[in-house]
Design a binder for this molecule. Structure first.
Ligand code: NAD
Length: 472
């Protein structure tokens, strides 16, 4: 049990103004696994004031000094990686098979990269009679989701620290515990008071208060498109910078000459990891009609081979959904798919056998999906894969792009040259070719309604930078 009673503000653990406490539920057992305080608008005020006060000195420290703090935080995270992974398994339900590598080691790599990237803050250039320099944006608010909680937090915090910003963090109410553990690490490295502040609480209260606050210069939001729109509206009157990392419905285009077995296996696993609760999940698999029947069989075999169960069992590929309400949403979508006339190939809305406790869902495949169906257009955020046939590659690219989203995409083709050509035609911020891996040094973000910002790499730093032209 992880119980936190205090918020972290101005370098100290402080009592929240309100008296509320939120329970954190382990989605595999439905038991309480922790408690965090429920902050409110007064706590936001306290945290923003501390961040504002800390900003002038912190933003003027040499980049090398900020890089040293990033490295020290990296050492803390490395030393406590097992503890962090166990906490995330308990609050999110991601199986131990994946949790440390995906939820901790990856973000750690990303964090450490900013110890180098920080040096870019000191680059300046001359343009005619102007000296162009970089400065930190100011006080930043981070509002985060629950699905890759530490990854989301580090993706904002590391570049913000590198740039010289001060921050107020609001984690998701489903998975707030990792943020409290990270605050312990920040406390341990002696980051100057007020540079990092943590206020947990409901989105509509704490999140909106941060987005509205006139002393917050930037809000970086990751979450659903609907909440991102509300954050933008709350932020608009103060004209602050708003960076949005939102939902997705990503296509996976497989060509007729691809290694079908490898491609389909990769596509099924990509959707099922983290029980489909991945913003970049390749949930629309586009398959040439000539190989469609073969692909369906491969997909069914792969999906049915993946074990759903206790996240603490090293054999489990899929754990539960993060919450009861997320399971309800996913099961509703499975019924919608059936009503729309898609063919249920595997899985379905009945609960997995032998898993009466925990918010489990069976990995589900739909065949004969038309791209206009709701299950092909809306983000389900569960282990549900739509398999769509196409006639030729031109149609495949058109179908891939017929989506309100544009977060990620993938291509699997017989030759790298053809895959690259197809990748250029996809309207999305990411494209993974023939199963390539995520790169923490490359920019990440969405086109269209998947957002307007970029995280990670040098572009991730740029989000937190103002440029100043000094005419001499
Ligand atoms: P959500 O939008 O419900 O909540 C995200 C965060 O916003 C939470 O901290 C929540 O408390 C807060 N919030 C909710 N309403 C708010 C409001 N009116 N004002 C301010 N804050 C508010 O999303 P979720 O269910 O936590 O996460 C799942 C969503 O996140 C999916 O749509 C997924 O695609 C998206 N996501 C996107 C990325 C990306 O990088 N593009 C990464 C992970 C998740």
């Amino acid at each position: 049990m992880s119980t936190y009673t205090h918020l972290y503000i101005n370098g100290d653990w402080v009592m929240p103004h309100g008296s509320g406490v939120a329970e954190v539920i382990n989605p595999a057992t439905e038991a309480i696994t922790g408690h965090v305080p429920l902050g409110d608008e007064r706590d936001v005020e306290h945290a923003v004031t501390a961040a504002r006060r800390a900003f002038p000195n912190w933003s003027r420290t040499p980049a090398s000094e900020r890089a040293a703090y990033i490295l020290a935080l990296g050492q803390q995270l490395k030393a406590r990686a097992g503890e962090m992974a166990a906490l995330i398994t308990a609050e999110l339900g991601m199986p131990v098979q994946w949790c440390q590598s995906v939820q901790v080691d990856g973000p750690l790599e990303g964090l450490l990269s900013y110890a180098e990237i920080a040096a870019l803050m000191e680059q300046q250039r001359e343009v005619g009679n102007s000296l162009v320099i970089r400065e930190a944006v100011g006080v930043c608010a981070f509002i985060n989701p629950w699905n890759y909680p530490l990854h989301q937090l580090i993706g904002k915090l590391a570049p913000a620290l590198a740039a010289g910003c001060t921050v107020v963090v609001k984690p998701s109410q489903e998975t707030p515990l990792h943020a409290f553990l990270l605050a312990e690490m920040i406390d341990a490295i002696g980051l100057p008071a007020g540079v990092f502040n943590l206020v947990s609480g409901p989105g509509a209260k704490v999140g909106e208060a941060l987005a509205r606050h006139p002393d917050v210069d930037m809000v970086s939001f990751t979450g659903s498109t609907a909440a991102g729109v509300r954050v933008s509206m709350a932020a608009a009157p103060t004209v602050k910078r708003v960076c949005l990392e939102l939902g997705g419905k990503s296509p996976f285009l497989i060509t007729a000459d691809a290694d079908l077995g490898a491609a389909v296996r990769h596509g099924v696993q990509d959707v099922m990891i983290n029980s489909g609760q991945t913003c970049t999940a390749l949930t629309r698999m586009l398959i040439p009609r000539s190989r469609y029947a073969e692909a369906l069989e491969l997909a069914r075999a792969e999906s049915e081979s993946l074990k759903v169960g206790d996240p603490l069992d090293p054999q489990s590929f899929l754990g539960p959904m993060c919450s009861a309400s997320q399971r309800r949403t996913v099961l509703d979508y499975i019924r919608v798919g059936q009503q729309e006339g898609a063919r249920l190939l595997s899985g379905g809305a009945s609960l997995p056998a032998g898993l009466e406790r925990g918010f489990y869902v069976r990995p589900t495949l739909f065949a004969e999906v038309a791209n206009g169906m709701r299950i092909a257009q809306e983000e389900i955020f569960g282990p549900v894969l739509c398999l769509l046939p196409y006639e030729d590659e031109e149609q495949a690219v058109r179908l891939a792009n017929e989506s309100p989203f544009g977060l990620s995409s993938a291509v699997w083709a017989g030759t790298p040259a053809r895959a690259l050509e197809l990748a250029r035609g996809l309207r999305a911020g990411q494209c993974f070719v023939n199963g390539a891996a995520f790169n923490y040094r490359a920019p990440f973000g969405g086109y269209k309604q998947s957002g307007n910002g970029r995280e990670w790499g040098e572009e991730g730093l740029a989000e937190f930078v103002e440029t100043k032209a000094i005419q001499c």
